[in-house]
Design a protein around this ligand. Structure first.
Ligand code: SF4
Ligand code: SF4
Length: 349
């Protein structure tokens, strides 16, 4: 049964949730940077209704840097130390439908054999409360990839109106957590949020990117797209800064490095970017010599290679972060629109 509390009681509910397990939620920054970031909840913190956090919720399952293993060296002896501690359950509150879908994209990479046990452990311990997007932005295009922001998934999906917050448990984990909130939540009918769902759907339809199509893309379009001459003009201004990959909830490339601690070695992994000139560099050389090749790789992976290997699922969830953060205003929407036009129209092949 759906539950609700008044908006004025949300902080009481959040405090109770933080007693169930450590709670992380979007909170607006203070000072010059007021953008919303995931923050560990402390009493009195205000949940940010900003549409997107600067960095996505993927950080909780696939952190930017992570210690994998330590080697303690003593003469000719090497001791191998697993630095992991048992993860405890934690709650992520306010994850948007697009970011929740990104976990599906990441799962197919990290939970396929051989399973990434670092990622798997975090996924098993995370309890996700999603939040429907009452006010989607002009940069949103999740519906292009079949995501419905009025029906966010997760362990509990939430809806927020001017007066109330609604909680709908979708999994057993979600039901257990909501049960722990006891009288803080009142029962209500599921149909209570129907109006909210219709409002979200009509707002999504009115957005400028609502008609963006994936028709020209997919696993069977490799030959058609790989040699398209328009990659040159699309990529020519790219600064190779990597910002688009770092804000993206579905980008999953990483590097593994060794750090000499003076008495051993710390082996860690950190996010990497296919936009960087040293990415894929090997002792035999660098297979992607130009920025065009690196730029093409990023979009071909999201729109062709990934769906080819994952039942047609695209590796973009339309969150719009790269639209808002690229310093030269290049992004996946421009790539999709350009490459969706018939090549003859551009005078190319
Ligand atoms: S490519 Fe851009 S819009 Fe798509 S998921 Fe990544 S950051 Fe979001
Ligand atoms: S954010 Fe823009 S300029 Fe930077 S690597 Fe991505 S496409 Fe290139």
């Amino acid at each position: 049964m759906m539950k609700k509390c008044p908006v004025s009681a949300l902080n009481t509910v959040l405090t109770a949730l933080s007693g169930v397990a450590p709670l992380y939620l979007p909170v607006n920054g203070k000072g010059k940077d007021t953008r919303a970031k995931y923050t560990k909840y402390e009493d009195g913190m205000i949940y940010s209704t900003a549409l997107n956090t600067v960095r996505s919720a993927k950080d909780f399952f696939f952190p930017q840097t992570e210690n994998l293993v330590n080697f303690k060296v003593d003469g000719k002896n090497i001791e191998i130390i697993d630095p992991r501690e048992e993860h405890e359950d934690f709650i992520l509150f306010g994850v948007r439908a697009c970011d929740y879908k990104s976990f599906d994209v990441l799962d197919r990479v990290f939970l396929s054999e051989p399973v990434d046990s670092y990622y798997a452990s975090r996924r098993a311990h995370g309890i996700v409360f999603t939040m429907a997007c009452t006010r989607p932005a002009e940069t949103c295009f999740c519906t292009t990839f079949g995501i419905d922001p009025s029906e966010p998934q997760g362990d509990v999906s939430c809806y927020m109106t001017e007066t109330d917050v609604y909680f709908d448990a979708k999994t057993e984990k979600g039901e257990v957590v909501l049960a722990k909130l006891g009288d803080l939540l009142a029962d209500c009918e599921e149909s209570t949020v129907n109006e909210q769902k219709e409002l979200i759907s009509s707002r999504m339809k009115a957005l400028p990117l609502s008609s963006l199509s994936t028709e020209a893309f997919g696993g069977d379009k490799l030959d058609k797209l790989f040699d398209d001459p328009r990659w040159e003009s699309l990529s020519e201004s790219c600064l190779a800064c990597g910002t688009c990959t770092y804000v993206c909830p579905t980008c999953q490339c990483y590097d593994i490095k060794d750090f000499d601690t003076g008495h051993g070695v710390c082996r860690f992994r950190c996010w990497d970017s296919c936009m960087y000139s040293e990415f894929t560099k090997m002792s035999a050389g660098q297979p992607r010599l130009t920025q065009m090749q690196r730029f093409r790789q990023r979009f071909m992976h999201k729109l062709v290679y990934y769906p080819a290997n994952n039942d047609g699922l695209f590796s973009c969830v339309g969150c719009g972060r790269c639209l808002a953060s690229c310093p030269i205003s290049m992004n996946i929407v421009k790539v999709m629109k350009t490459l969706s036009e018939e090549a003859e129209d551009n005078g190319s092949k």
